[in-house]
Design a protein around this ligand. Sequence first.
Ligand code: SRM
Ligand code: SF4
Length: 564
Amino acid sequence: MDARVNENELIKAQSHLLRGTLRESLADELTGALAPADAQIGSFHGVYEQVDRVHREGRAGRFLEPPYELMLRARLPGGVCTPEQWLAIDAVGRELGNGTIRLTTRQTFQLHGVLKHHLKPLIQRINRVMIDSIGGCGDVNRNVLCNPNPVESALHAQVHGWARRISEQLLPRTRAYHEIWLEEEPVAGGEPESEPLYGETYLPRKFKTAVAVPPRNDVDVYTNDLGFVAITEGDRLLGFNVLAGGGMGTTHGDRSTYPRLADELGFVPPESVLVVAEAVVSTQRDLGNRISRRHARLKYTIERVGLAAFKAEVEQRAGLTFGPVRPVAFTDQGDRYGWVRGTDGHWHLTLYIENGRVADRPGAALMTGLREIARVHQGDFRITPNQNLIVAGVPENQRGQIEAIARAHGLLADGRTPIRLGAIACVALPTCPQAMAESERYFPDLLTKIERLAVDHGVGDVPMVMRMTGCPNGCARPFVAEVGLVGKGPGRYNLMLGGDGKGSRLNRLCGENLSEPEILAALDGLFQRFAAERQDGEGLGNFSIRAGLVRPVLNPVEDFHDPV
Ligand code: SRM
Ligand code: SF4
């Protein structure tokens, strides 16, 4: 191994295919934490070690260790789960987590606030309903996104089938998860275990895959390392345009880091999907940067080796030549709320879950409501990439019952402005160790003030994509929003403007380190001009570019960090 590789590479190499000393760490009753190397290895099993940053205060002075807790992120390709699975998630969230379920921007769920000794029973309970957390995090392929497409049921079944197959194909092959969490016996006497795709040091960094079905870009396909854009004819799936090299994460002030939209490699028929996915992953495995984790994502590999060379390498490894990219057009990146009827006659209801947090709060018992729906629902649930939930496959005669439960528990989108319905926020404080500013806990209040401004200027009914994150890692994909607010410090945000409302253009820095009054003043001015100069049907992001308020980012490597 190259002596310059970063420490994570050594931890992976010495982990005996992701076992580390996790068993010992879990058994150690003297601490609520895992050994540091096991915290790294745990992430490949979907486990994050966290500290409640609010309750940490004052403990050091009393010689107490920080209040360690664990977060579990599941693998749920395309966000689909059955009512039985939902009930199991709900039960462990209440009994072994912090009493909430967090729906994520990658269509899965997280359980926060799990104590170390509760983790194994929790994982065993979700496994009993066939949900695992392998690759929930770690330097492997993460949860595969898929358009939840509730309307065209036949097409959704096909496309979701591919998302599931990609997820299975790119799973690590080690039995570590089964041995450690499910207490299965090591495979005796057989061939020595190996990782044919990943090798014993896995990927240089996390890797993300999404499957989009135009015209909807709710999966924000261009922000993924690997993207498949479905090319269809009616209900028939012809194949996919393959994209590579997207990603959001950046570091404030570090020009060597930047968000990047994925490039198009070409078209492939469905039967080539898995071989292409493996070829992209293995190319990144071999060419990715293992020295600097900050520059280890596929987007930096492609910038370094060049798109043409990268594409040729993928073609050679996959044993095929990409066909010409098929024309596609996306129209939006948000969710469609309320009821829609599918081609098979079933109904689908998209609920509004503020910032993806399923909890029982005064006046909105979302967790109880969803539990009641799950008890009677006969179809499935689909978590959306915008942190909402679809109750899918409802027969005509059950619509009234499900709607009544949803209404009674504050789960319907009714009565909310398009601004709120198009907004998402990452978790940030108190659990995220990277948070520089609030996000999930603060955005709803800020939105109330923003809504007021928009209404005052007469643009309160215009759909807008607004996203907030507590740091520039970009977990709510703020750099493809029409308005992005990216945490810089306590109460301070960078204001980004100019996304196109369909996830195919990066926005640009418009105001740095702004306080709330400064954000509101900037948006006040923006809404005023938008109201006066807006063209028919024009979105706020497109207006910001046309009116010259921001220049489009032409090449993120060179100009993402340059303001306006
Ligand atoms: Fe994320 C790290 C939450 C989607 C980019 N992300 C984190 C951690 C684990 C913090 C940490 O390093 O320990 C956050 C846990 C907070 C908590 O307490 O729950 C966290 N990320 C989330 C979630 C829960 C945000 C949400 O509110 O929904 C999303 C979970 C997705 C999932 O189910 O797998 C989430 N993260 C994303 C996305 C969006 C996406 O993938 O579509 C991105 C931007 C896309 C990308 O990856 O480029 C994203 N998260 C990051 C990064 C920056 C990676 C980079 O390339 O620089 C980090 C930090 C890191 O990896 O070092 C990070
Ligand atoms: Fe945490 Fe930053 Fe991700 Fe928000 S964007 S969840 S603050 S890592």
